[in-house]
Design a protein around this ligand. Structure first.
Ligand code: SF4
Ligand code: SF4
Length: 100
């Protein structure tokens, strides 16, 4: 049985990297999913029965309840299409975003 190999912790300061430097970005990115999404869900209001399955499955919680149907907050929707796949009434269709 081999002993577990220990890996030394890297010391960023020794590499000249400031301790407060974020490895991903140095400033907050103001973009929202609606700025880069390639597909968007469209709800057919005549087919929607307000069962809330889309609300349950949406990973980013951007499904919102309207008086007679469930709608999508397109600013935060990332266009994954899970809601369209899971809707038992086929009330959601994914369509391509139009550039511009
Ligand atoms: S899953 Fe489909 S039918 Fe149910 S609330 Fe959502 S859009 Fe409407
Ligand atoms: S496409 Fe994805 S992110 Fe957008 S409403 Fe449907 S499940 Fe949510």
């Amino acid at each position: 049985m081999s002993a577990r190999r220990a890996y030394p912790m890297r010391d960023p300061a020794a590499d000249g990297v400031p301790a407060d430097l974020c490895p991903i970005a140095t400033a907050l990115n103001p973009m929202q999913p609606g700025d880069w999404r390639s597909l968007r869900p469209v709800v057919d209001r005549d087919k929607c029965v307000k069962c809330a399955v889309c609300w349950l499955y949406c990973p980013v919680q951007c499904v919102v309840e309207r008086p007679a149907w469930f709608d999508i907050d397109l600013a935060t929707c990332k266009g994954c299409g899970i809601c369209a796949t899971e809707c038992p009434h086929r009330a959601i269709t994914m369509i391509e975003e139009v550039a511009g």
